[in-house]
Each structure stands twice: as C-alpha cells, then as structure tokens.
Design a binder for this molecule. Structure first.
Ligand SMILES: NC(=O)c1ccc[n+]([C@@H]2O[C@H](COP(=O)([O-])OP(=O)(O)OC[C@H]3O[C@@H](n4cnc5c(N)ncnc54)[C@H](O)[C@@H]3O)[C@@H](O)[C@H]2O)c1
Ligand SMILES: O=C(O)C(=O)C[C@@H](O)[C@H](O)[C@H](O)COP(=O)(O)O
Ligand SMILES: [Zn+2]
Length: 363
C-alpha cells in the first residue's frame, strides 16, 4: 500500500498529521516528533481490542518512552460514561502523570472519544494521539477533536474539543472487525458523499462490490477520501460554529433512535436510519428528487443498513430529539440535502414534518 498522509491545519498552521498505513511498522517514526523519551504514556484501550493489538503497541512504545502503562475497560457504548473516565483519572494520578505525559487511544470511536476527553480534562489538558481500529473511527471519529461521553442516556452530552497530536491509521486492523461493525462505518462514509462530494458518492456506488469484499486497495482509497472530506470541513470550522454541523447529517433523529433503542443498534446503523429520514424530508420539500432518494436508500441497503426501530413511536423520537444538543434557540438544527453532494443547515423543520416521515417509516 502506498504510504500516504494528510495534514490537518487550523488558520494555516499544521495541527497534526493523519498517517495511512497497512501495519504499525513506522508508528515510532510517526511519533518521533513527540519527544517520547521524556514522557510517560498511557495506552487506553478496551476488552475486545486489547487481546488483538495492545501487545504490539506496548512493545513498540516501551523501549522508547519514560514509562508505559495501560488502561483497558469493558468494550461497548454502555461504558462511554464518566464512571470509566474517573477510573482512568485515578490510574493517571496513581502513576504520577503530569502535563507533559501522553495518552494513546487504541480502539474504535468509543475509546477515541473517551481517551480524548480524559486527555482534554486531566490537568486541564494533556496530549493524546489516535490509533483508530474500526472503519468508523478511521473515517470519522479520530479526526476533528470531538471528544466526550454519554451522560446517563444522553448521547455525547459531556465533552470537549481537543485535537490529537497524530492520527495513525493501520487499515489492516479492519481484517479482525466484525462485518456488522464494518457496515456501521459505511454509514458515515456514505454520509460524507451525500453531504459534500457527489463524485465520491458515485465512486462508492461504482465500487460497492470491492468495498463489500474489503479489497485492500479500494478500502485504503476510500478511507483516505473520507478523511480528506472530514478534514476539509473541520479545518474551516473546528468548533462547530457553522459548516461543521453538516457532519451531523442523519444524527438529529439518528441519535434519538440510538438512545431510545438503549444502544442495541450501532451508531452507524442509527446514522443510516437518520440519513434515510432526512433524505425523505428533503424529498418531500422538493429539494431533491424522489429518484435520488431511492438511489441513496439503495446504497444503504447494499451495506445492510436497514435496521428496524418500530418498537419506538414517532412522538418518543421527536421528544428525545429535543433533549439532544442539536437545539438552536428553541429550534431543532436539522441537516437536509439540496442535492446529492450538497447539504444545508435548516432550523425550520416542524414537528409535523418529522411526524410525517417517521410515521411513514414506522408503518
Ligand atoms: N468524535 C467523533 O467525531 C465521532 C464521530 C463518529 C462517531 N463517534 C462515536 O464513536 C462511537 C462508535 O465508534 P465505533 O463504531 O468505532 O464503535 P466501538 O468503539 O464500540 O467499536 C465497535 C466494536 O468493534 C470492536 N473493535 C474495535 N476495533 C476492532 C478491531 N480492529 N477488530 C475487532 N474488533 C474491533 C470494539 O470492541 C467494539 O465491540 C460512538 O460512541 C459514536 O458516538 C464519534
Ligand atoms: O465530527 C463531527 O462534527 C460529527 O458530527 C461527526 C459525527 O459522525 C459524530 O457522530 C459526532 O460525534 C456527533 O457529534 P455530536 O456533537 O452531534 O454528538
Ligand atoms: Zn456519527
């Protein structure tokens, strides 16, 4: 695989690099600018990822860093909670971590969001790097510095913007990922095409069989393309004052479904549900054609992103959406599509419009 990288910039200054690799071979080289010899490192990971990749990362870091400790919690969204963060703080304190020390997030989006949040808040902020191991975390969550936890059942309700010092993507880690988790990542990939890049959306459609069979060349290309789309959005609006909200396409109703289904559906599965509903709403408003709505739905179908959520009612979903973060001055901030490849922020979606699309979907 070609060794690629992308620079993420803010106000013209490089903040960090994203490395695209098919092994961990040059991880230490990528980290060489971080002055590891004088730093303690805590590798944060979880129970599924630890047996697969922790030893390799530990063995690479151990000879180089002042000290390496590990913190592993039980896998799953249910543990993306402040309780887990408290346990991590305790371990960092016991090991005398100070401001110059470093956290390494090794895992999917749950690890990355939590390790990043601990790094943002411990001693008012220490450095961290991302080593994402799921498709979803490689194309989305490891980039852009959104970190945080769920609070009780409220999705990502407590968090901070804190940028990593490096994102190191080893595409080969996806060989151990379950198909359902892989498909969940595809929801965010399709989202990137739908909101920002029509050509990319058609590229995904045209390469669906290689993507399904995890062709390593196509997969590497897809991850790079998706990261580049997300990079461009977060560079212009790192703290979601405007344009970055477009990355929330499918998340307005998607997050409500994720919460109400008690996290039995995966994040990407709920994003796909939310995208389908937002597409339908955009179609009903005459913004995009019925043909395009059908086509986009068919692409979600290809990746088996067609989960049912009919044990919920439309009323419940609308009510839960209102207690999410996506409220702006009393209005729900909705992302709609003007075209395939072009999204917009809309504050005028009414309860009646949401009710109509939800009821049709729940029929
Ligand atoms: N910060 C952001 O910008 C952002 C963006 C999108 C999603 N998210 C968050 O990310 C989370 C979802 O991330 P996710 O889909 O990576 O979930 P996850 O971290 O729970 O990982 C999914 C599953 O795959 C397992 N796993 C991880 N890597 C593996 C590997 N290489 N081989 C085998 N199994 C592996 C995990 O143990 C877990 O069971 C959600 O909490 C979501 O809110 C954050
Ligand atoms: O990076 C962003 O910005 C996103 O919105 C990406 C989303 O895919 C991701 O799920 C994010 O965590 C949602 O953020 P939230 O602020 O709506 O919780
Ligand atoms: Zn998401």
């Amino acid at each position: 695989m070609e060794k690629n990288s992308l620079e993420v910039r803010e106000q013209g200054q490089k903040i960090y690099d994203i490395y695209f690799r098919d092994s961990f071979e040059d991880l230490m080289e990528a980290m060489s600018g971080l002055g590891l010899s004088g730093r303690k490192v805590c590798i944060v990971t979880e129970s599924h990822v630890a047996p697969l990749y922790l030893k390799e990362i530990y063995d690479l870091l151990n000879p180089v860093c002042a000290k390496v400790t590990t913190f592993s919690f039980s896998a799953g969204e249910a543990h993306k909670q402040l309780k887990t963060i408290e346990q991590l703080y305790e371990q960092l304190i016991r090991n005398h971590f100070d401001r110059k020390d470093l956290i390494v997030a090794l895992g999917g989006g749950v690890v990355g969001d939590m390790a990043g949040f601990a790094a943002a808040t411990y001693l008012r902020g220490i450095d961290f790097i991302q080593i994402p191991t799921t498709l979803l975390s490689q194309v989305d969550s490891s980039i852009g510095g959104k970190t945080g936890v769920d609070f009780i059942q409220y999705k990502n309700m407590v968090g901070a913007f804190h940028q990593p010092k490096l994102v190191y993507i080893n595409v080969n880690t996806l060989t151990t990922l379950l198909d359902r988790e892989y498909a969940s990542g595809m929801a965010e990939v399709i989202k990137h095409g739908l909101i920002k890049d029509r050509e990319y959306y058609h590229w995904i459609r045209n390469h669906q069989s290689e993507i399904l069979s995890k062709d390593s060349q196509i997969l590497a290309e897809m991850i790079l393309k998706s990261c580049d789309i997300k990079r461009r959005v977060v560079e212009v609006d790192p703290k979601e004052q405007g344009e970055r909200a477009l990355l929330n396409f499918g998340h307005t109703l998607g997050h409500a479904v994720e919460t109400l289904m008690d996290f039995s559906l995966l994040h990407g599965e709920c994003v796909a549900i939310g995208c389908r509903l937002a597409l339908k709403l955009s179609g009903k408003r005459g913004m995009i054609s019925e043909e395009e709505v059908k086509e986009a739905n068919a692409l979600f179908d290809v990746f088996h992103l067609d989960q049912r959520f009919d044990r919920l009612t439309a009323e419940q979903i609308i009510e839960t959406t209102k207690s999410d973060k996506k409220m702006a001055g009393g209005h729900i901030r909705f992302i709609l599509l003007k075209n395939i490849g072009e999204a917009c922020i809309d504050l005028t979606v009414s309860d009646e419009e949401m009710m109509e699309v939800l009821e049709e979907e729940l029929e």
